[in-house]
Design a protein around this ligand. Structure first.
Ligand code: BG6
Length: 478
């Protein structure tokens, strides 16, 4: 049997896309609350304040805040061993700067954790998943200020202390490498902007990479702090991992694929696992004229705060061509861009479906880092049809997940130490890149639509029953 008895099968979500209740019980405004809905062809907008003419999907999302008992009961019924969710920073510190945390925010996660514990479901908790307090963005220009490090560490101290004994697996920043892209400016780094398109933000790469450096330092400090609070904690990084293939075997394409993969998918993991900047990143910064203020103290902190395990999201692979005339791929995921791969099918949102790429990724990552790996996001965004009798026949989703799990099994047989798999958006939630409900990932359907309507009723999709059997057979029956 490839999967160990303790393998963490489950699902994953993020507060800003799932919880809703954006202004309840003292929660502050987060950057994500200022991003409007969009579609595959119409970009989301970032607005400076909430405007009546727009719909902001994070505000209600699919309302986990008021449905957590029902949803966790469904996860338990499916047999989940783990549930990944994020704590919303603005529920705990509404502005980010307060001396005392918001007790009501802390209590909400007490309830969620108690409910998970009732069913023996292991929490895997993201500390920051795209929900920086909007006040920190406006006042300090987000992570471009070093002050954010202390605010974040204080927030970590609060939740580490409060939930010690209840949470073992932590992730410091969701897809920290989103900061290597234009789209990361506001969402991932909270860099302040006037109203603009989400997919085309004003971009100062010097500021963006300096802000990312501050997140590295904050993450490393959180790891060291977490260990001092509870040596049982396992604290991981979380990387959006998109392997790059060369479009041809022309050496120029091979080199380009390597360089793009390094700077998007490898760089941040290298810093967080190995505790120092890799040579290729330092070289890239020098060539681009980017100067990062890496102090001697920072270097020590980075080395002291190496992560315990490597968590990543895997949805697709990208293909790189030096030849500008090769047709581009217009996928909507938050990640780099590439050209169409003629050997792969695409989803409706143009993601290249590549199960074998997952086996390649797992082998590459384990070879590079030699620490346990966890896949904390994987899945296919698709249009689902709710039939009159309440059923949803999502065979395309079963097919996607099945083919990826087969490759996980093969990678484990290759010798990779894979400890868990949480499918993305296990209950339907809002898409991060396009801000829509139409792009669904869940095995649980939520009655919520892009015009804001829907009664939030939950229904089990065919994939729910299929995944339940996968978990109960520990991956034997696909
Ligand atoms: C990752 C994020 O980028 O991919 C999630 O961590 C996101 O927040 C997921 O939802 C799927 O992407 P999308 O854009 O289809 O929602």
């Amino acid at each position: 049997m490839a999967f160990s008895k303790s393998f963490l099968w489950g699902g994953a979500t993020a507060a800003n896309q799932y919880e809703g209740a954006f202004n309840e019980d003292g929660k502050g405004l987060a950057c994500a609350d200022l991003i409007t809905s969009g579609t595959h062809s119409t970009p989301r907008k970032i607005t400076e304040y909430i405007e009546d003419k727009y719909l902001y999907p994070s505000h209600e999302a699919t309302d986990f805040y008021h449905h957590y008992k029902e949803d966790i009961r469904l996860f338990a019924e499916c047999g989940f061993k783990a549930f990944r969710f994020s704590i919303n920073w603005t529920r705990i510190y509404p502005l980010g700067i307060e001396e005392q945390p918001n007790e009501k925010g802390l209590q909400f996660y007490d309830h969620v954790l108690d409910e998970l514990n009732k069913y023996r479901i292991e929490p895997v908790v993201t500390i920051a998943h795209f929900d920086i307090p909007a006040y920190l963005s406006e006042k300090y220009d987000g992570w471009s200020s070093r002050k954010l490090i202390d605010f974040y560490v204080k927030y970590c101290k609060t939740i580490f202390t409060r939930y010690k004994g209840k949470i073992k697996y932590w992730l410091t920043f969701n897809e920290i490498n989103t900061a290597t892209l234009n789209i990361g400016n506001f969402l991932s780094l909270g860099i302040h902007t006037k109203s603009c398109d989400f997919t085309n933000q004003p971009d100062d790469i010097q500021k963006r990479y300096s802000a990312l450096h501050n997140q590295f330092v904050a993450s490393a400090r959180a790891v060291a702090l977490g260990r001092s609070i509870d040596p049982e904690f396992k604290i991981g990084c979380m990387i959006s991992y998109m392997p790059r293939y060369p479009y041809t075997c022309k050496p120029e394409d091979v080199l380009l694929a390597k360089q793009e993969e390094n700077m998007h998918s490898k760089f941040c993991g290298d810093v967080q696992v190995k505790g120092k900047y890799p040579y290729y990143a330092l070289n890239y910064f020098e060539k681009q004229g980017i100067k990062i203020d890496i102090t001697e103290e920072d270097k020590k902190i980075l080395l002291k705060g190496c992560v315990d395990y490597y968590a990543f999201s895997y949805y697709l692979t990208l293909c790189c061509s030096y030849d500008k005339s090769v047709e581009k791929n217009g996928h909507s995921m938050i990640g780099g861009s590439g050209v169409n791969n003629p050997y792969l099918e695409q989803s409706k949102w143009n993601m290249m479906i590549d199960p074998v790429g997952l086996r390649i990724a797992l082998n590459d990552l384990y070879d590079r880092y030699n620490i346990p790996l966890m896949i904390v996001e994987n899945g296919i965004g698709a249009h689902d049809t709710l039939e009159k009798d309440g059923t949803i026949h999502d065979l395309y989703r079963i097919d996607y997940l099945k083919r990826h799990i087969e490759q996980m099994e093969k990678a484990i047989e290759d010798g990779v130490d894979l400890i868990g798999y949480t499918i993305w958006g296990c209950a339907d939630l809002v898409s991060a890149s396009t801000g829509e409900m139409a792009k669904r990932y869940g095995i649980i359907y939520v009655d919520k639509y892009d015009d804001g309507t829907g009664d939030l009723h939950r229904s089990k999709k065919d994939s729910f029953y299929w995944y339940k059997n996968v978990i109960s057979s520990n991956g034997e029956e696909l």
